[in-house]
Design a protein around this ligand. Structure first.
Ligand code: SF4
Length: 408
């Protein structure tokens, strides 16, 4: 199959939030009002569709199908059902969706408290969204307050009930652990609460302090104390065992799913598939056609680009040029190698020997014989049928494993 026939993943970035959270380093901007300005929503929606049309006219994307769509943010659930439906309709017209395409929308519990929330959720569903990912973060009001979230644990419970009532059967929940002063008991309460709802996917992220965030500034001033690594590890292992007990498989370092409910969109990233990102600050990746690698042309592995970050500047650029690419980079063999390990080791399926030889015309087992042996002897990685993956123990050592391969 050449690339022109291969489906791709579509990411749609909605950069608006009711308030900027102090730990957030995503490309998101606080809106004046809960729903944002309707005028802004309409202009941004038009820009997204123009951007889709721009890429539909490009040889690399024309005629291809969409396998998954992910509305991320920001807070996509601040947008109206009409705007989300309009974007999906335009995408489907330009790049027909594969059968059973996964269409996810990220929602914030705080954005689903108003009277018409149920109607809006039903509208998302009618427009083609079939999976909701709810940014709960915690069921502890202490943690939510510390994280600067506007919603309460009760708001999350209400939002989950509404999502269910509106007919969604594919629901995911985001949780954050390792916030200051968090104990295993508090984390257990989060896990128990999450498991009391009919979820089929849970993302559990350890809190990280990213440069440029409010937490980063507080940490620099000495007024913020992150949990030490040993406690973080205890909480990570707790999530692993509790979620496994409840039938969730850890298919990626921070992601757990019931069988058949892995997020196909994220798997596309980790498997190195092409993805088109539209919207302010969205990233895209386009690999070179496999035929070129088969012909031993290894000069270029792919191209990645990022859009302008600011939503207004993004809109102006798309209105003038059809796109808003801010910068792009070419992926050469060295970068492709690093990405192969970085993305592959995140997942339960791991790095495939066959894929390695297809991409790099080399044998993984020969080229990295010593490294593979050493990591296997320390039970950090495991050999699967035709691949290598991090062991349960190794999943908290991803950075060290990558360093080891980079130096080999
Ligand atoms: S709601 Fe999410 S995207 Fe928005 S500021 Fe908070 S963490 Fe960032």
């Amino acid at each position: 199959m050449n690339r022109v026939q291969e489906p791709f993943a579509l990411y749609v970035h909605i950069p608006y939030c009711a308030k900027k959270c102090p730990y957030c380093d995503f490309n998101s901007y606080a809106t004046e009002s809960q729903a944002g300005s309707l005028e802004e929503e309409a202009r941004y929606t038009r820009a997204l569709i123009t951007e889709l049309q721009h890429f539909a006219a490009k040889e690399s994307w024309a005629g291809r199908k969409i396998s998954t769509v992910f509305f991320g943010g920001g807070t996509p659930s601040l947008f109206s059902a009409g705007a989300i439906s309009e974007i999906l309709e335009a995408a489907n017209e330009l790049f027909p969706f594969v059968e059973n395409a996964e269409v996810t929308l990220e929602a914030n519990p705080g954005s689903l408290q108003e009277e018409l929330a149920l109607e809006r959720l039903r509208g998302f569903r009618q427009g083609g969204v079939n999976r909701i990912s709810l940014g709960a973060q915690s069921f502890s009001d202490r943690k939510l307050k510390l994280l600067g979230r506007l919603h309460s644990a009760e708001d999350t419970r209400r939002a989950l009930a509404l999502v269910k009532e509106s007919g969604f059967r594919n629901m995911s929940l985001d949780l954050i652990f390792a916030v200051p002063d968090e104990t295993p008991e508090e984390w257990q309460h989060d896990l128990d609460q999450a498991l009391s709802f009919p979820l089929n996917h849970i993302s559990a992220y350890g809190l990280t302090i990213e440069p440029g965030t409010e937490f980063y500034k507080r940490e620099k001033r000495g007024g913020f104390f992150a949990l030490d690594e040993e406690v973080q590890e205890v909480l990570f292992r707790q999530a692993q065992s509790e979620l496994a007990r409840a039938g969730f498989c850890q298919y990626e370092i921070s992601n757990y799913a019931k069988a058949e409910y892995e997020c196909r969109h994220n798997l596309a990233y980790w498997r190195g598939m092409d993805y088109l990102g539209i919207g302010a600050g969205a990233h895209s990746y386009l690999g070179v056609p496999r035929a070129r690698l088969a012909e031993n042309d290894f000069s270029l592995y792919g191209q990645r680009w990022i859009n302008l970050l600011n939503p207004r500047t993004y809109c102006i650029s798309v209105e003038e040029n059809g796109n808003s690419v801010q910068r792009s980079e070419e992926i050469d063999r060295d970068k492709a190698l690093l990405e192969f390990f970085f993305l592959g080791f995140r997942t339960q399926e791991g790095i495939s020997s066959e894929r390695f030889s297809g991409l790099f015309k080399d044998s993984l087992e020969t080229r990295y014989a010593d490294t593979l042996k050493e990591l296997k002897d320390f039970e950090i990685i495991e050999k699967k049928e035709n691949s290598w993956a991090l062991s349960a123990r190794g999943r908290i050592m991803l950075d060290s494993v990558l360093e080891r391969f980079a130096c080999s």
